[in-house]
Every structure is written in structure tokens, then in C-alpha cells.
Write a protein of this length. Structure first.
Length: 179
């Protein structure tokens, strides 16, 4: 059976990663309310189905992509149940081709491992080397469900707080696409 804790409205007492700690400190500084749960390790969107039910939301799918030369990087955030089609994404943002970025770049640039990609990685992107790309469908949701930078911590936050408070504070203007 997949473990999911009770729902908490405060940060964890101990942090597992630098990104996780930075995430909760930033939310506190910005006075952004959240709900969170601790879970067994959740890597796939299928693992997240249980979390969605517990928290009455839909966790987003966050993909770290790059061009062939690994000189342009994208954090694409879309609905968890929506299949990713590289050609559609590339056409939507006007680039020739994208693929998944290597795991070592993900760890270095996002501060996280595979399965834990999150919009909060923008906290590490001070040079705006990563373009945040949001599926328009996500921007219409009331709640934004995502990883806290680990594969065992998931959050529920108002989408408006992500769009207008968090992304503004980290100086990232999201590119919104329809795919």
C-alpha cells in the first residue's frame, strides 16, 4: 500500500534537500499558504494518483527539456495525464527540436533528481537560463499540485500564487502555450 501522511500546513521539521529547504523558506517569506503530504517515493504520474485523491487536486507533470546542443533549457509544466509530444511542444515554442535533458544537468541546474522536477527549481536559476513553459490548461486550474523538490513530498498551492507571487519573486516570466 502506498503511504501518504496526514495533510500538513507547515514545513517539514527536517529537510532532505537544499531545494526543499529553500522552497519552504521562500513560501514562508512570501506568505504563500500551502498544504503538503509526505509519501512513499513517487516517481511516475501513476504514483501521484493516490496523492491527487488525498489532497483533492491534480499534480502537474514537470519536464526538464533542452535543445540538441544543450544550450537552451525549458521547464515544461503540463497536466499529469497529458501525453508529452516533443514535436507539438517544439512547434508551440518555435524551436526545431527538444529532448529530455540529461540527469546530471537536472541535478546541477534544478537541484533535484528525476521524478522531483518542480517549478521551485527556479530558485536556483538566478541567470534565467531556464525558460519556464506552462501549458495553458494548468493556468486555468485553481490548485497547483507539485513536488517540493523531493520524490517524497508533495504540495497543494493556489495556482495564482505560483503565477503571480512565486514566479514574480524569482524573476521568471512564464511562457504560456497550448499543446
Amino acid at each position: 500500500m502506498f503511504f501518504i501522511s496526514d495533510i500538513y500546513r507547515r514545513a517539514p521539521s527536517e529537510y532532505k534537500t537544499v531545494l526543499q529547504e529553500k522552497t519552504y523558506r521562500t513560501l514562508q517569506d512570501l506568505q504563500i499558504p500551502f498544504e503538503r503530504v509526505d509519501t512513499d517515493e513517487a516517481i511516475t504520474m501513476e504514483d501521484c494518483v493516490h496523492i491527487n485523491k488525498k489532497m483533492d487536486m491534480r499534480i502537474v507533470k514537470t519536464l526538464f527539456l533542452c535543445n540538441r546542443q544543450q544550450t537552451a533549457f525549458y521547464l515544461f509544466i503540463t497536466a499529469g495525464d497529458k501525453p508529452f509530444k516533443s514535436k507539438e511542444f517544439s512547434n508551440a515554442i518555435g524551436v526545431s527540436r527538444v529532448s529530455f535533458a540529461p540527469s546530471d544537468l537536472m541535478e546541477n541546474m534544478l537541484g533535484t533528481k528525476i521524478g522531483a522536477a518542480t517549478v521551485f527549481s527556479a530558485l536556483f536559476d538566478n541567470d534565467n537560463a531556464i525558460q519556464i513553459v506552462l501549458d495553458k490548461e494548468i493556468t486555468c486550474e485553481e490548485w497547483y499540485g507539485c513536488s517540493d523538490g523531493t520524490t517524497t513530498g508533495y504540495m497543494k498551492i493556489k495556482t495564482s500564487h505560483i503565477m503571480h507571487d512565486f514566479l514574480t519573486s524569482v524573476k521568471h516570466t512564464p511562457y504560456i502555450v497550448e499543446v
